[in-house]
Design a protein around this ligand. Structure first.
Ligand SMILES: Nc1ncnc2c1ncn2[C@@H]1O[C@H](COP(=O)(O)OP(=O)(O)O)[C@@H](O)[C@H]1O
Ligand SMILES: [Mg+2]
Length: 255
C-alpha cells in the first residue's frame, strides 16, 4: 500500500538502465527517478554517461537492459517519436528554432506540431485566435513577449535560449530533460534561465544535467552524481556537498 503511494509520486522512474559500447559500460544499472514539481540534477565528470542516459530516456539510444516508467506507464519499448508524443520533451542540444520565423511564429509552429496540424500554418494563422493566445501566454512565461515579432535569427543568444524553452513548453510535456542548458550563457543569461526553470518546474518536473554548480545548487531539489556510468550518490544539495565519495569524484573541484 505504502509502496504504491510512493510510486505515484514519481513522474519518471528508471530502473537498471544500462548501455555498453563493446565492452565499455557507458551507463551501468542506473536507477533514478523524478518526483512531481521537482528539479533533479544529474552531475558528474565529462564522459560519465550523463548525455547517454538522457538519450536513453528520450529513446534515441536504445538501452541494452532496464526499464523506464513515465507516469506509471512502461515506455521502455517505445520509439523516440512515440515517447515525445506522450510527454518526454527532447533536449535542446540541437536547436529546433527556425531562424527566419519570428519568435511567435516559432511558438505557434511548435503548438501546431503538438496537435499534428502543421499544415494549418499560413492558412489559418491569422484567424486562429486561440492559438495566438496560447503562444502569447508562453511568450509571457518565458519573458519574451516584447520581442515576439522579432525574427529568431535577430534575437540575442539569451533570448534564443528562452525561445528554445518556449518551444519545449509548447509541446506540453510531462517531463523536461535538459542537457547543459546553461552552456554558453553569461551570468545574466544563466540567472534568467535559473528563474525560468524555477517557474516551469511548478508545472513540469525537470531532469537537469548541468556543469554550472551554482546553477545546480540554486535549482536542484535533489542531486544525483554519476561516475563511470554508475549513480554513486543521490541526495539534497546539502547532502551531496558534504558527501565524501562525491568529493572524491570531483577531486580538485570546489563543490
Ligand atoms: N555512440 C557511441 N559510441 C561509442 N562510445 C560512445 C558513444 N556515445 C558515447 N560514448 C562514450 O560514452 C562515454 C560517455 O559519454 P556521454 O554520455 O556523452 O558522457 P557525458 O555526457 O557525461 O560527458 C564517453 O566516454 C563517450 O566517448
Ligand atoms: Mg554530455
Amino acid at each position: 500500500m505504502i509502496r504504491k503511494k510512493i510510486m505515484k509520486n514519481k513522474i519518471l522512474n528508471i530502473k537498471n538502465l544500462s548501455k555498453s559500447y563493446g565492452a565499455f559500460k557507458v551507463t551501468d544499472q542506473i536507477a533514478i527517478d523524478l518526483n512531481f514539481n521537482e528539479i533533479h540534477a544529474l552531475i558528474g565528470p565529462n564522459g560519465a554517461g550523463k548525455s547517454t542516459l538522457i538519450k536513453q530516456i528520450v529513446g534515441s539510444v536504445k538501452q541494452d537492459r532496464g526499464s523506464i516508467l513515465l507516469d506509471q506507464e512502461d515506455i521502455t519499448d517505445l520509439s523516440d517519436v512515440e515517447r515525445a508524443k506522450i510527454g518526454i520533451s527532447r533536449t535542446f542540444q540541437v536547436s529546433s528554432i527556425i531562424p527566419s520565423f519570428s519568435a511567435i511564429e516559432n511558438i505557434i509552429l511548435s503548438l501546431l506540431n503538438k496537435s499534428n496540424k502543421t499544415f494549418q500554418l499560413f492558412k489559418n494563422i491569422k484567424d486562429n485566435n486561440e492559438l495566438e493566445l496560447k503562444a502569447k501566454n508562453i511568450l509571457r512565461e518565458i519573458e519574451l513577449i516584447e520581442n515576439s515579432g522579432m525574427v529568431a535569427s535577430e534575437l540575442s543568444h539569451g533570448d534564443r535560449r528562452k525561445l528554445e524553452v518556449g518551444l519545449a513548453l509548447a509541446m506540453n510535456p510531462k517531463v523536461f530533460l535538459f542537457d547543459e542548458p546553461m552552456a554558453g550563457l553569461d551570468e545574466s543569461g544563466t540567472q534568467m534561465m535559473i528563474n525560468l526553470f524555477k517557474k516551469i518546474k511548478l508545472n513540469t518536473p525537470i531532469l537537469l544535467i548541468e556543469h554550472d554548480m551554482e546553477a545546480v545548487f540554486a535549482l536542484a531539489d535533489r542531486v544525483s552524481v554519476i561516475n563511470y556510468g554508475k549513480i554513486v550518490a543521490t541526495g539534497t544539495v546539502d547532502q551531496i556537498r558534504s558527501n565524501e565519495l562525491v568529493k572524491d569524484v570531483y577531486l580538485g573541484y570546489e563543490i
